[in-house]
Design a binder for this molecule. Structure first.
Ligand SMILES: Cc1cc2nc3c(=O)[nH]c(=O)nc-3n(C[C@H](O)[C@H](O)[C@H](O)COP(=O)(O)OP(=O)(O)OC[C@H]3O[C@@H](n4cnc5c(N)ncnc54)[C@H](O)[C@@H]3O)c2cc1C
Length: 437
């Protein structure tokens, strides 16, 4: 088949998460035709929401950093109607499980430093640790040397071992990275801290699903839902039902485990981390402010707790207006031999130790496990040269090819589309009689 005839088929994007949608968006801009195949009946992949008893439930505890550069580039934050978390974090007192401190961002709340000092959580050693952390994260030489290391080693190297780090930074990072060991590379910690420093943490007024919904509305190409891809080769994508879709090129925009299977990447070991989630309805507000609470990692499986309806009232059904009901999100580590079981009893026990007997009155609205929540291997560990063209005519994108985040997924999708267009123009120019002649 000639190169010209191959081009009659569209590009096939496999996967309609944020990476696939961002790829489609960029291909539209480049005026390249495509078909997007998504195995489920919804676009958005790991970012999404559902309705249960008219409450909006995000798929696990999720949030959006308004400072994400790719988000700013591709999303219209005004129509997302972003509503913000309090700029601060709840941490647990050391002596009493039911004592919590709210550490606020001093740039937003000027009294925060005095309040922090009054908690006695902060001492001279903490200030020294912070002073060491800032240059360690920003100096170029250090970045090259140290940021491939696991976060835990990196923090130990720079002497970040004060009590504040143990009470605040470590539980917080565990909550975001879904792991106790802090094996996530320090480059991810740097990225996260920079984004948090640069802007607020938000959720769209009507749930996280608004993010993929907005992207889906913008794209012009054909989208086919309920199409599970079972194999891919340079010019043909085969589906579970035995049918085949011809492709000029393929962009694989699935999560890492599927990419590993479809492309036979040969990656071994644990590829992803699972996370558990619970949503509860409580008549009393368990936390005074709409800030995230990351309890001590010594207590049990809970990673984060937040009263989502205090951030966005619209997550509650209209019928509940005027009544005292609060939607509480709890995320947890998972358990079991396969690491995919929800630690139900342990979570209830920990909640009771944190909030007392009132937890018995909470109604469980939803609970579950998200199996491939975050990739364990990502970025240069998967594509060492940073080139998304993994084989001739086959491109990859997805959070595992950049940073495991909304920003990473969006960026990777755009990068794959640009690489594809570059590849086309370099091969066209190679054969072009104008250039050749
Ligand atoms: C609970 C949770 C909380 C999170 N919180 C945050 C957060 O607060 N901030 C943040 O920045 N990031 C967060 N993340 C990470 C972020 O959601 C992901 O990094 C990002 O959404 C990944 O997008 P993706 O497009 O790379 O992959 P995915 O969203 O996994 O998309 C892959 C798509 O491919 C489809 N697919 C798979 N196999 C096939 C097949 N064979 N054929 C066709 N289609 C297929 C899937 O159905 C899916 O739609 C969170 C993730 C989880 C799970």
């Amino acid at each position: 088949m000639s190169a010209q005839l191959d081009r009659d088929a569209p590009v096939v994007i496999v996967g309609g998460g944020l990476a696939g949608l961002a790829c489609a968006n960029q291909l539209d801009k480049l005026k390249i035709e495509y078909v997007l195949l998504e195995s489920t009946n919804r676009l958005g992949g790991r970012v999404g929401s559902e309705k249960i008893d008219n409450f909006t439930i995000d798929i696990g505890f999720q949030s959006y950093q308004e400072s994400y550069p790719e988000g700013r580039r591709i999303l219209d934050s005004v129509s997302l109607e972003l509503t913000r978390f309090y700029r601060g974090i709840y941490v647990q007192g050391e002596s009493d499980k039911q004592t919590r401190f709210l550490l606020s961002d001093p740039r937003q709340y000027p009294g925060a430093v005095a309040e922090l000092l009054a908690t006695k959580l902060v001492g001279a050693s903490d200030i020294i640790c912070f002073l060491k952390l800032i240059p360690a994260l920003s100096t170029r030489a250090r970045r090259r040397l140290a940021l491939n290391k696991p976060t835990k080693e990196f923090l130990a190297d720079i002497g970040a071992n004060s009590s504040l780090f143990k009470t605040v930074i470590e539980p917080f990072l565990s909550g975001v990275f879904i792991e106790d060991e802090l094996e996530t590379p320090a480059s991810m910690t740097k990225f996260l801290l920079e984004r948090l420093y640069s802007g607020p943490t938000s959720i769209p007024l009507s749930g996280m699903q608004m993010i993929p919904d907005q992207l889906a509305k913008q794209i012009k190409g054909e989208v086919r839902l309920g199409q599970r891809v079972s194999s891919i080769s340079k010019k043909i994508v085969k589906l579970d039902d035995g049918s085949a879709v011809p492709a000029s090129e393929v962009v694989l925009a699935t999560e890492l485990s599927t990419a590993n299977d479809l492309l036979r990447l040969g990656l071994t070991g644990q590829l992803s981390k699972s996370v558990g989630y619970f949503y509860f309805l409580s008549e009393r507000r368990p936390l005074e402010h709409p800030a995230v609470f990351t309890p001590s990692r010594k207590l049990g499986p809970i990673l984060t707790i937040a009263t989502i309806s205090d951030v966005a009232q619209s997550y509650l059904p209209k019928s509940s207006k005027g009544s005292d009901v609060h939607l509480v999100s709890v995320s947890t580590l998972t358990t079991g031999d396969n690491g995919r079981q929800l630690p139900v009893e342990e979570t209830y026990r920990e909640l009771a130790s944190l909030f007392g007997p009132e937890v018995a009155e909470w109604r469980e609205l939803a609970a579950g496990v998200i199996p491939d929540a975050l990739p364990k291997q990502f970025g240069r560990a998967v594509i060492p040269n940073g080139n998304p063209e993994i084989a001739d005519g086959i491109f990859i994108c997805g959070d595992y090819t950049d940073t495991p985040s909304i920003n990473g997924a969006l960026f990777s999708g755009r990068r794959a589309a640009i690489a594809l267009a570059d590849q086309r123009s370099s091969s066209t120019s190679h054969f072009s009689p104008l250039i050749g002649g």
